[in-house]
Design a protein around this ligand. Structure first.
Ligand code: C2E
Ligand code: MG
Ligand code: MG
Length: 571
């Protein structure tokens, strides 16, 4: 707390000296003035706690000085003690109180009385000053809390809350001025990797640097906030043309993809950006944000390090995904799945050897039939694929329990190789003697092979080591080459149906021929998918293709129909 200050006002120097002598014992700084005017001046210059004011002064007397001080908001609370030689009973004291005095001291001065009165008022002043500073402190704290609740400490940008406030006011402003603006939703690609491999400090450093660069690249009228971990939101305001938006976005993408150096490490990320426009796409803050976010997901889906504008179709797609996601959560427990079996034919021996299990979801009352190509990716993103995958295995095993001579194939999603859920179930069934692994094939995608190379736990190898065979589904559509398969534990390739169904066609014919002869050289079995015509069947049989699957022989069938098909055989 600051020290108290007492202002002594008297036109006589001797009086000032006398008062000062007595007040030396008080814990306060003394300020003096020799006239009313000077007193008013000193009050302005100093933060005065009490005034000892002589009543009788030439030019401006004490009452006038008091009246001035009481008129001013800033000085009216300063306690004034009149010092006077006048008779305490002559009515002047009444005038003094009316002009704002809080007390009187009569001359000749009794130092004891002076000190005790001054001390009382000083105590009061200190109490009040303490209270004031407490209020000040509280105000500062509230200010700090408000700052923290609207701003992000790490980057200094405003946070999610602060951004919402700004977005709302931008909507109101643009509505009035009939202008358009763009809301950009940015999500860094590969940021988690940096955090995981180099630590949070490196990640924080990158976020800080990027925030600075992003901010510097924007105009003053634009706005940027940090929405979450590695998410940023940007407002590009007063837009006249969409080309101005794309130009700015390309600049942001450029900024994000540059290299940063932290403690001898080179860090590199990129950014995916979704854009929603006001008023074209939406006029509310929540919709704009959700649309920009949706568009950002599309940018991620379509390869990252790029931007996408929101579109109505995108919204439909997302709504549909959300709807399916909602229904999928209960599909297993409501027994909505069925397993169909598509016969696999030995082309050379002309017999049915087994089937591929294919999942069907058509018992949902609201949705009706939904293709696995549509719902499997959703089960992969919500994690349901693990349980659903085990259900498919279980249903396939039920068929194998009854017909152990068959060779069955199940499809497995790449995710099912990321943990041991599928592996440990397979192992359990082999060890219990329920399942002969040579009668079950697991179909995987080419992508999985590439991703799995050098991964810490290689469940592919483990599953193969249990005696199961692995086949590459939709072969030819992915990235691997046949020679690459040499190093992988793969036994079979399934030629993708897009090549087979285009036959007769010289380039597709050549492709099938090449796949079959190379697979032969690598001792891999070949299954041709999607045979629909006699010509295709004959063509592939002549090339020496081992097995086939396709509508020409049979569509995927319900269990009973499949078993009937097996019993009947093919002519
Ligand atoms: P896929 O594993 O390549 O399965 C073959 C797909 O081709 C099946 O489609 C099948 O009905 C279809 N097909 C077979 N022969 C012909 C033909 O002659 N002509 C035509 N046009 N199509 C034919 P489906 O059953 O719709 O399955 C689509 C995809 O969904 C599957 O492709 C597979 O990737 C996935 N899938 C299906 N069931 C499962 C499952 O249980 N788990 C996992 N992870 N994926 C599954
Ligand atoms: Mg398959
Ligand atoms: Mg396939």
């Amino acid at each position: 707390m600051t020290q108290a200050k007492i202002l002594i006002v008297d036109d006589l120097k001797t009086n000032i000296l006398a008062l000062s002598m007595i007040l030396k014992q008080v814990d306060a700084e003394l300020v003096t003035a020799r006239s009313g005017n000077e007193a008013l001046q000193k009050v302005l210059e100093h933060d005065i706690s009490i005034i000892l004011l002589d009543v009788n002064m030439p030019e401006m007397d004490g009452f006038e000085v008091a009246a001035f001080l009481k008129e001013d908001e800033a000085t009216k609370h300063i306690p004034i003690i009149f010092v006077t030689a006048m008779d305490r009973h002559d009515g002047n004291s009444r005038k003094g109180y009316l002009s704002g005095a809080v007390d009187f001291i009569y001359k000749p001065i009794d130092s004891f009385v002076l000190l005790s009165k001054v001390n009382v008022f000083l105590d009061l002043w200190r109490l009040r000053a303490g209270l004031d500073s407490e209020i000040q402190q509280r105000k500062e704290n509230e200010e700090k809390i408000r700052y923290l609740s609207d701003n992000d400490l790490l980057t200094g940008l405003c946070n999610r809350r602060g951004f919402h406030v700004r977005l709302k006011s931008e909507i109101a402003r643009s509505k009035r001025s009939k202008e358009m603006f763009a809301l950009l939703f940015l999500d860094l690609d590969g940021f988690k990797k940096i955090n995981d491999s180099l630590g949070h400090e490196a990640g924080d450093y990158l976020l800080k640097e990027l925030s600075k660069l992003f901010k510097n690249s924007l105009r003053n009228s634009d706005f940027i906030g940090r929405y979450g971990g590695d998410e940023f939101v940007v407002l590009l305001t007063g837009i006249k043309h969409e080309s101005a938006i794309t130009q700015k976005i390309e600049e942001l993408i450029q900024i994000a993809s540059q290299e940063f150096i932290y403690d001898t490490h080179i860090m590199k990320v990129s950014v995916s950006i979704g854009v929603a426009l006001y008023p074209e796409h939406a006029q509310s803050d929540t919709k704009l944000l959700s649309y920009a976010d949706t568009a950002m997901y599309l940018a991620k889906e379509e390869g990252k390090n790029c931007f996408r504008f929101y579109t109505q179709e995108l919204n439909e797609k997302l709504k549909r995904e959300l709807l399916l996601d909602e229904h999928l959560k209960y599909a297993l427990e409501r027994d909505e799945f069925e397993l169909y079996f598509q016969p696999v034919i030995d082309l050379q021996k002309k017999e049915v050897v087994g089937a591929e299990s294919l999942l069907r979801w058509k018992k949902n009352k609201t949705l009706g039939f939904v293709s696995p190509e549509e719902f499997i990716p959703i089960t992969e993103s919500n994690g349901l694929i693990y349980d659903i995958g085990l259900w498919v295995l279980e249903e396939t095993l039920k068929l194998l329990d009854e017909h152990p001579q068959l060779y069955m194939a199940i499809n497995a999603s790449s995710l099912q190789f990321m943990n041991d859920s599928l592996y440990s179930k397979l192992k359990e069934h082999v060890e219990s003697g329920r399942l002969d692994p040579s009668h079950l094939e697991v179909e995987i995608t080419e992508r999985l092979l590439l991703d799995n190379i050098g991964s810490p736990k290689n469940y592919l190898l483990d599953i193969s080591a249990l005696g199961f065979s692995l086949s590459i589904d939709d072969f030819g559509t992915g990235y691997s080459s046949l020679s690459y398969l040499k190093s992988c534990p793969v036994n079979t390739v399934k030629i993708d149906k897009s090549f087979v169904s285009n036959i007769p066609d010289t380039s597709n014919e050549a492709l099938c021929k090449a796949i079959i002869s190379m697979a032969d050289a690598l001792h891999l079995k070949v299954i041709a998918e999607g045979i629909e015509t006699e010509f295709q069947k004959d063509f592939l049989t002549t090339l020496g293709c081992d097995y086939s699957q396709g509508y020409y022989f049979a569509k995927p069938l319900e269990k009973e129909a499949f078993l009937a098909f097996v019993a009947k055989g093919i002519q």
